[in-house]
Design a protein around this ligand. Structure first.
Ligand SMILES: NC(=O)c1ccc[n+]([C@@H]2O[C@H](COP(=O)([O-])OP(=O)(O)OC[C@H]3O[C@@H](n4cnc5c(N)ncnc54)[C@H](OP(=O)(O)O)[C@@H]3O)[C@@H](O)[C@H]2O)c1
Length: 317
């Protein structure tokens, strides 16, 4: 198998060949057709809590980052009933299950980490979903948005991977959505049904206050830019502040405010299935900024690290 790897975060990712490993009874092998890039991929190369955890409990050998993938099942273990060889699937790798990441032409995962794709959903659309889509979906579930059609949602970081799925899903549930973005992304966010707030045209939280109060304020940018105390003032009596990005300064809020939470957008069959259905029904769309060959994974990380990606970057093995 071919993977993109490097010996350190200072050395660029390059393609190398590694031996494929035999499948266990509950695993399946997937020929990867499209890979979604997430900020966590370059963050893991730089160390941090996930990078450290990966080194301790992840597979041995070169670090292969990446979670999101879409492709075809090419082999299944003796205990796997579905999916079957030949099925098109989307999923997320999991280093805590001794799996290498998705920056590769093949991955080994378990059936509960992937969902089948209907013919109408392309590999590229599907590969945009796992981390960003599941994170958005989980937050909306956590705040009960799918069961209150008159809900109000504010997305801070409306043009990023998480933000674009969050605003589209919330709209598909019938919620009223406001999204903070830069001027260049106002037309996109507006087309997808949210009221866009340009963060360079005055204080965006002040502008948002005129559209609230909110059942969910989803902060996909971080509390260094949008402070949690100011965000909580925008909530209604039962509203929730979702911190998609956390830093040590957030720990007091997470400990002492019941209305401030964080969670992990880990792709599973249960969380991917409604997202695939929403794509198939046209309730959400994958916004793909660019598609690069896997050999250019380093360039994808330079672009993602700059924090300007609109929607998703994809890699193609
Ligand atoms: N906890 C979890 O499970 C989890 C899951 C997914 C992601 N995350 C984290 O969440 C963060 C967001 O992830 P992502 O994939 O959505 O990132 P992303 O796609 O890289 O987000 C980039 C977008 O943010 C916009 N942006 C930059 N500064 C902004 C600001 N001040 N206000 C509003 N928008 C701004 C950028 O557009 P402009 O520059 O034009 O504004 C760009 O479109 C990352 O730190 C990621 O690691 C955590």
């Amino acid at each position: 198998m071919i993977v993109a790897t490097s010996r350190s975060s200072r050395e660029p990712l390059r393609l190398v060949e590694l031996p494929s490993r035999p499948l266990r009874a509950d695993e399946l092998r997937v020929r990867v057709r499209s890979i979604g890039v997430n900020p966590v991929d370059w963050k893991m190369r730089e160390g941090g809590p996930l990078g450290t955890a990966q080194r301790i409990i992840g597979p041995s050998g070169p670090l292969v980052v990446g979670i999101d993938f879409a492709g075809e099942v090419v082999e299944v273990g003796s205990g796997v009933e579905t999916p079957k060889v030949g099925d098109r699937i989307v999923g997320g790798t999991d280093f805590s299950r001794n799996q290498r990441g998705s920056y590769a032409d093949e991955v080994v995962v378990r059936a509960d980490q992937c969902a089948e794709l209907p013919a109408s959903v392309s590999f590229d659309e599907a590969a945009s979903l796992p981390v960003a889509g599941v994170t958005a979906w989980r937050w909306l579930e956590e705040a009960g948005i799918s069961s209150q059609p008159d809900a109000r949602v504010l997305v801070l970081g409306g043009s990023g991977g998480v933000g674009l799925f969050a605003l589209q899903l919330a709209r598909s549930y019938g919620a009223t959505v406001a999204a903070v973005c830069s001027a260049r992304n106002v037309p996109l966010v507006t087309r997808l049904g949210a009221t866009a707030i340009d963060y360079n045209a005055g204080d965006p939280l002040e502008a948002a206050a005129r559209l609230g109060p909110f059942d969910l304020v989803l902060n996909a940018i971080g509390s260094a830019v949008y402070p949690s105390s100011a965000c909580r003032k925008l909530l209604n009596a039962t509203g929730l502040l979702g911190l998609v990005v956390i830093r040590p300064a957030d720990y007091p809020s997470l400990l002492f405010s019941r209305r401030t939470k964080t969670l992990l957008g880990k792709p599973t069959r249960a969380s991917l299935t409604p997202l695939v259905a929403a794509l198939a029904k046209g309730e959400i769309e994958a916004i793909i900024e660019a598609k690069l060959p896997l050999a250019e994974a380093e360039e994808a990380h330079v672009r993602s690290r700059a924090g300007k990606v609109v929607g998703k970057l994809l890699l193609v093995p």
